[in-house]
Design a protein around this ligand. Sequence first.
Ligand code: NAD
Length: 486
Amino acid sequence: MTRPDAQPRASHFVDGAYLEDGAGTPIPVRYPATGETVATVHAATRAVIDRALDSATLAQADWAATDPSERGRILRRAADLIRARNRELSELETLDTGKPLQETLVADAASGADALEYFGGLAVDQTGTSMSFGADWAYTIRRPLGVCAGIGAWNYPTQIACWKAAPALATGNAMVFKPSEATPLCALKLAEILVEAGLPAGLFNVVQGMGEVGAALSTDPRVAKVTLTGSVPTGRKVHAAAAERMKHVTMELGGKSPFIVFPDADLDDAVSAAINANFYSSGQVCSNGTRVFLHGDIAQDFTDRLIARTRNARIGDPLDEATDFGPMTTEAQMQTVLRHLDTARAEGATVALGGHRIDRPGWWIEPTVLTGLTDDMTCVREEIFGPVLSILTFEDEDEVIARANATEFGLSAGLFTRDLARAHRVVARLQAGTCWINQYNLTPAGLPFGGSKASGIGRENARAAMDHFTEIQSVYVGMTPVEAAY
Ligand SMILES: NC(=O)c1ccc[n+]([C@@H]2O[C@H](COP(=O)([O-])OP(=O)(O)OC[C@H]3O[C@@H](n4cnc5c(N)ncnc54)[C@H](O)[C@@H]3O)[C@@H](O)[C@H]2O)c1
């Protein structure tokens, strides 16, 4: 496969144009399928961060006063441009993350375009309330927060940037976005496309860098809100920094979600969903259903079908559309997953499939199925963020609900059953921000997405995100003479 050129014109995108400052620490961008360096960017210096925040502050005031229908038109034009360039953007996403082109063509830029289109449509529909107090009355207005900092993880660089930018911009905010240092390329393309669609300069700036740049943004007085997609430990730090300065936050963090299969489930569907919920993006999906609870009656049958089908995964060059399983996005993440597999073996897990690094250049791990597990094992308790599916068995509905909820995380949950009364009864007792019944990991723009417990605060997508990027201004209107005691 010929590899497209990944080197961006410059590291940052600020005030409507690419910007370079070679004084920043170099960040090599390595193609996970081979380990080769395909581009280099530089971390933002203090000067770059200041320019990004100053230009965003200046641009936001006019943008907040812009007719919302015009804001919406620009976002919808950006959605059209993304769709027209889907292949080019998907190839870049594949180079950035290592995810197979087969996935990136349908799930990344495409999901970003959906968000821009959805919030573009909703921009005009930001309503308040009105109420009366005798002859007096009052109304509320939803106002933008100002400059928002977006900080991204490395598993969905385009989607994360769009899911944050679209509701922020639709509601009249500006955003300074810092992509993950592991995947710095795709957000630059979004910035370029938004300007081409007519977004005024300064409203969506991209600055590169490691955690320190994220920390500089989330503590800066010019920033009104921080929206982070990342791990729980990073979320704790960013949330604490924001709380100190009374900033708004949205936290999209990690998970260890339960995936429950009752004995009356359509087993082929359930196996398909378990494959998607564990091996898509080589398992690097926050909402993955990694604790697969199987009812004892179907556990063996399910496991046999799962293993037989997973053996068919085509592992190879991610730029080849026939490939359906790719590498880990970073070498560090591959090492983390390998450490988890060593711990699982040491704690007595049975490796029913896979379990090893794949012997080829780059950072590959076999699709892995673990059995013989108990709830206290590390591989069942901790987020692995790799292609590792853990099988547990259960006998009883109350038992599985209690075990599903026995975790600090609460991002997602899924269940498979033909008994819809049971499905709704169980969902109502699951501690998870997003639940799927007879499906898994579908996240349309109109459905709120986010976690409860340690998995996050706030929601992305849907009207809920519009609320999280605005605050209420209450206006009391006096209609009668004002009385005073003296
Ligand atoms: N809930 C969701 O929507 C969602 C989606 C994707 C990924 N995730 C989670 O993200 C994690 C994987 O991504 P990751 O390894 O890039 O996460 P991470 O927490 O290591 O990094 C996330 C981002 O935070 C930045 N960062 C690090 N320290 C910071 C600090 N002190 N202040 C400000 N920013 C800082 C990083 O540079 C990066 O851009 C997993 O836990 C996964 O579950 C969650």
